[in-house]
Design a protein. Structure first.
Length: 275
């Protein structure tokens, strides 16, 4: 695939507070992607669970789609084509071979509306974040098993999701595959977000010398869950280029891949690995 010569990409992270109404969430997706496109974004990332944050984890089973077909996927392809953008849509529930579970799939669409890649969330959030707040994603999700980096005309885009950020070995594998831009759709809880979000996102950018676009859910949801927000775009040196604290909206920043290449040349940490 031909890579553009200018090596500068305008990226946007979309922040949402998705609820249990699929049609309402998709209308919000359409509105916010339009905002990003109006600001010149060529790469747009949606947060984890953008299509549905139900009252129960099992609600996602009711809106699950087969791979490659369904109204959610049709809309994503249409919006990518309409706005001539690369769209990272993460995540939506795609059916698995297990009838009681789905895959949390992060899909990448190109500006012609064709799907360029799919990543299924590998690390599932089975944790207690406080004495009164616990999650078991493995009750409804089937994990993926591989790291994904997709070569595009914008550069090599790596896909990962939320809880994955705590497992640096996944991102080292993605760096080995040549990742230049990491897109990390998330729905970080308010508790873990306040403690760890910026530290983890920034660390993954610094240690892999990659741009990181991290769209997050940010608000209170019908289930009672509160997500942290603070959607970020971070450069390879760890500088936060753009952020949004709470509420629905879009953050936009320019990614200078020429500068990234120069940083990697002068500071070749990725070539110094011993293990």
């Amino acid at each position: 695939m031909a890579i553009r010569d200018d090596k500068r990409v305008r990226a946007a992270a979309v922040q949402m507070a998705s609820g249990p109404n699929l049609a309402g969430n998709l209308a919000e997706v359409e509105r916010l992607i339009g905002q990003a496109a109006e600001q010149g974004a060529e790469l747009v990332g949606l947060p984890e669970n953008f299509a549905l944050m139900g009252r129960r984890e099992a609600d996602k089973l009711d809106v699950a789609e087969s791979d490659g077909e369904g109204p959610i996927q049709d809309l994503l392809a249409k919006l990518a084509s309409r706005h001539r953008i690369h769209l990272v849509a993460g995540t939506l529930p795609l059916r698995s071979e297990n009838p009681g579970k789905v895959r949390a799939a992060c899909l990448l669409y190109g500006p012609d509306g064709r799907r360029l890649g799919r990543y299924d969330k590998v690390h599932l959030f089975d944790v207690g974040v406080s004495p009164t707040e616990a999650y078991r994603e493995s009750d409804t999700l089937e994990p993926g098993s591989r790291a994904v980096v997709v070569e595009t005309e914008l550069g090599r885009i790596g896909l990962a999701v939320c809880y994955d950020v705590r497992f640096p070995e996944q991102f080292r594998e993605m760096a080995r595959q040549g990742m230049e831009i990491l897109v990390l759709p998330s729905a970080f809880t308010a508790v873990t977000g306040a403690a760890h979000w910026r530290t983890l996102v920034t660390a993954r950018a610094i240690e892999n010398l990659c741009f990181t676009v991290a769209p997050d859910q940010g608000g209170r949801h019908a289930s009672g869950r509160e997500t942290y927000g603070d959607s970020l775009i971070v450069d390879p040196w760890g500088s936060v280029l753009a952020s949004r604290a709470k509420g629905a909206g879009v953050v936009v920043a320019d990614l200078d891949l020429h500068r990234q290449a120069e940083i990697r040349r002068r500071f070749p940490a990725l070539t110094h690995r011993k293990f």
